[in-house]
Design a protein around this ligand. Sequence first.
Ligand code: SF4
Length: 349
Amino acid sequence: MNKLTRDIAQKLIDDHNLSVDEYTLLLSSNSDDLRTLLAKEAVSVRNSIYGNSIYIRGLIEFSNYCKNDCYYCGIRRSNKNVERYRLDIDEILSCCATGYGSGFRTFVLQSGEDPYYDDTKMIEIVAAIRNKYPDCAITLSLGERSKDSYQKLFDAGADRYLLREETADREHYSHLHPKEMSYDNRMTCLNNLKDIGYQVGCGFMVGSPFQKPDNIAKDLYFIQESRPQMVGIGPYITQKDTPFANEENGTLEDTLLCISILRLINPKLLIPATTSLGTIHPLGRELGIKAGANVVMPNLSPVGVRKQYQLYDNKICTGDEAAECINCMKYRMSSIGYEVVCNRGDYPA
Ligand code: SF4
């Protein structure tokens, strides 16, 4: 690591903020030394807030229908090789019951952008979970909706919303999405969610097609300035039925560096060690925690539908029952000195 890189790394450690150019330089200088330095500092600031606790979220992928056609995504509407499914309210509640029994206190309801789940249906689902599990957090990840819709779901009992920006660079956004999708609308949605009072999660893929270090730098700067409570990042992984099937995957090393930088931008951030990290490396999630992440999200979806929610190829954890998943995760975390805790795992005040 040269002196300039070391000085910028130290500035991030001391001040928790950098310029876009400084982030670009750090990302362009990724090395074992730099990752080791930033991971050590990231773990230290995280542990000062969270100790050795790892929060756990139960992911329920309740529909793989999507009206959008993002070029990188395996469940895009043009992919005719996907067997589509939707879970009804009883099936979703059954996933929650299984999860609650296993100690989950946050449910993450995720789907493609599926107009079938209009406000009436979603309000019914959210209100039923809120009524049955008043001690649990409800996180939604349903894509772009109107502000009015977000408000209604918040009023029905949802607490948190995940909406990855995927890239905070307008031009890069246009390379990843068809013309009918709008960068401005994505940003408007994120602002609306924040205004309403959700705990908001954004995020991006590391190593997505056409991405350069300064694109990621803009994401990091965007996160630094907009102060979301959660940031989900993972390596880009190809999916064989997409226009990007022959592109290269993102790397473990770049993703780990970004996790450490995110932790240093905001020591309180909730950062998952994602399934995609576990897909590109057998110990990817453990390495994510060691780089500064503090959340894991085992799958509570019925085993029968999991293989159909293939955003990318070779996704792991599609065959195990929920109880096996949580036990596996507890074991994995304890093997590196961390403890999975069964509470809502809110963003600290
Ligand atoms: S990334 Fe999301 S919005 Fe885009 S096609 Fe996939 S599920 Fe739909």
